[in-house]
Write a new protein. Sequence first.
Length: 177
Amino acid sequence: MKLLSRRQFAIGLAASGGALWLSGCTPSPVIMTTARATPVSTVSVAEANGALNAMRRENGLTELTHNAMLQAVAEEQAGIMARTTKIAHTAEAGQPFIERLRRAGFWGAAGENLAGGPPNLATAIDGWMESRAHHRVMVNPDYVQFGISVRRGPSTTFNTYGTYWALIMGVRSPDMA
């Protein structure tokens, strides 16, 4: 796979119209293509719970439960990415992931999968499962809770990805502050 600069990627993305960007804890982007679909604006906890737990069952893993603190962190990050049209693991003020978790009151270990462009939940999950770094988060047996959010970016020429996804998976948070 040829690694592209952000500019090369953006130019290629604009030309192809069907590329997606997944952000993990790796230095290079994961690029995939998908059939066109009408992008969603929301994802329900019930829908996410069903889809994520189907994937977990297929991999012989414990099912996930929803966590309101992880949900708050996911919603904040998806909102920031949609507003800024950038995919990054830091918030606008440069707050790293761990600081965002602690500020929300979550004190356990967690992983964050981000994506830009998947039009729906199934496409986002498939993309994360196909990426080595994201796959590790998805199938981590220690992660038993989740929060997930999708936000639509502005209708401008600068909104390259359209939809911005944030999935946070974590351990059962110990009661400490």
